[in-house]
Design a binder for this molecule. Structure first.
Ligand code: ZN
Ligand code: ZN
Length: 364
């Protein structure tokens, strides 16, 4: 479905109002004026500086992932604290902060058991731009501020840290959940932004060979820069190539980063007995498991799924990697648009034009 931006002349926003990217109906979304939110108890309001568009947002505006009409979308933000609600301590208005896509409460049973993205209920940690107004706006209300605002070190730019809020964290978590060990062989199916970060995650965790699979040559070239040691075109029988390269044994860890039957199945078919299939793709419909690739259920394989981990501790951990020069994610930001042109940004990103990987939206 072509994306139809609701055309509307940008004028000076009246006092107390702001511009926000609002979902109206499948295929219909655009900038609208909304009141600047007020901070609630335990929460905060940030003035957004930089945000981005996620593949999930494309599903939302196309109506493939349902959200309430009138919702502000977007879940990745760098901002400045504009207002702190009652009960929030340890922060000051004006501080520059990174907010994760997943904003857990930090107090419920799943949170305290380490499953912050499953806060209160399944996938419940994903609130921004899903169940509450998101961050593709001039201001955004952040729930559970104390669990979720990570102060950004001065030496890091907005661009340096923006992608830590979701895709980098999700991609790295694919390698972490796959428990990649020194010398492991790893296959990563699909090299979109999350797959590229999974590739980088596998490298950081000490993988030996990293097989990157994608149908797009440009993305494979990017994969090489992110640590892939072998590049395999998806239409050139990746299962056969990887099995051959591992002398028929298969890989220790197979990562699925697309959310399709074919890539899930290929990941299983290249996985050695006792290996781990780490899945971060988002699936729809039914997912089938070919039993012969699964040792009829007796091959000691593990299938693990992960949603982006939430909370400020995760953000601090990832910012340390950037600060120490171990990762550089700003190079994934291939395009920049001002908020007024977010419709154009959506269109370019959805069409994957101009070798786009990620777009940055400069808000203030
Ligand atoms: Zn996302
Ligand atoms: Zn919770």
């Amino acid at each position: 479905m072509p994306l139809q931006l609701q055309e509307r002349k940008i004028r000076q926003t009246p006092r107390g109002l702001m511009q926000a990217t609002v979902f109206r109906a499948p295929g219909k979304f655009g900038l609208e004026e909304k009141p600047i939110p007020k901070a609630e108890a335990g929460g905060a309001v940030i003035q957004v500086r930089l945000t981005t568009i996620c593949g999930t947002d494309i599903h939302i505006v196309r109506g493939e992932y349902p959200v309430q009409p009138g919702l502000t979308i977007g879940h990745e933000a760098v901002g400045v604290i504009h207002e702190l609600g009652p009960g929030v301590t340890g922060y000051d208005v004006g501080q520059r902060v990174l907010v994760g896509a997943i904003t857990p409460c930090g107090q419920c049973e799943p949170c305290l058991s380490g499953h912050t993205s499953q806060c209160m209920t399944a996938l419940g940690g994903w609130r921004l731009g899903n169940t509450i107004d998101g961050v593709q706006a001039e201001y955004a209300r952040i729930p559970f501020a104390q669990a979720n605002l990570a102060v950004i070190p001065d030496k890091l730019s907005d661009e340096d840290v923006l992608l830590l809020s979701d895709i980098a964290s999700t991609g790295f978590s694919a390698a972490e959940s796959g428990r990649v060990q020194l010398g492991d062989t790893v296959a990563v199916f699909a090299q979109g932004p999350i797959g590229l970060c999974a590739t980088l995650g596998a490298k950081l965790m000490g993988a030996s060979e990293i097989f990157a699979v994608d149908s797009d040559r440009d993305r494979l070239r990017s994969a090489e820069k992110f640590g892939a040691t072998r590049l395999i075109l998806a239409n050139e029988d990746p299962v056969e190539s990887i099995r051959e390269a591992t002398h028929g044994k298969g890989v220790d860890v197979a990562i699925e980063a697309l959310g399709q039957q074919s890539t899930f199945e290929s990941a299983l078919r290249v996985l050695k007995p006792g290996g781990i299939l780490s899945s971060v793709g988002v699936y729809s419909g039914h997912l089938r498991i070919p039993v012969e690739a699964f040792g009829a259920g007796l091959a000691d394989q593990t299938i693990v799924t992960t949603l982006c981990p939430g909370g400020k501790a995760r953000m601090y951990r990832l910012m340390r990697l950037v600060e120490a020069g171990r990762i550089d994610l700003a190079r994934l930001l291939t395009h920049v648009f001002p908020l007024e042109e977010i419709g154009r940004a959506y269109e370019l990103f959805a069409a994957r034009r101009d070798r786009v990987l990620k777009v940055a939206i400069r808000v203030s």
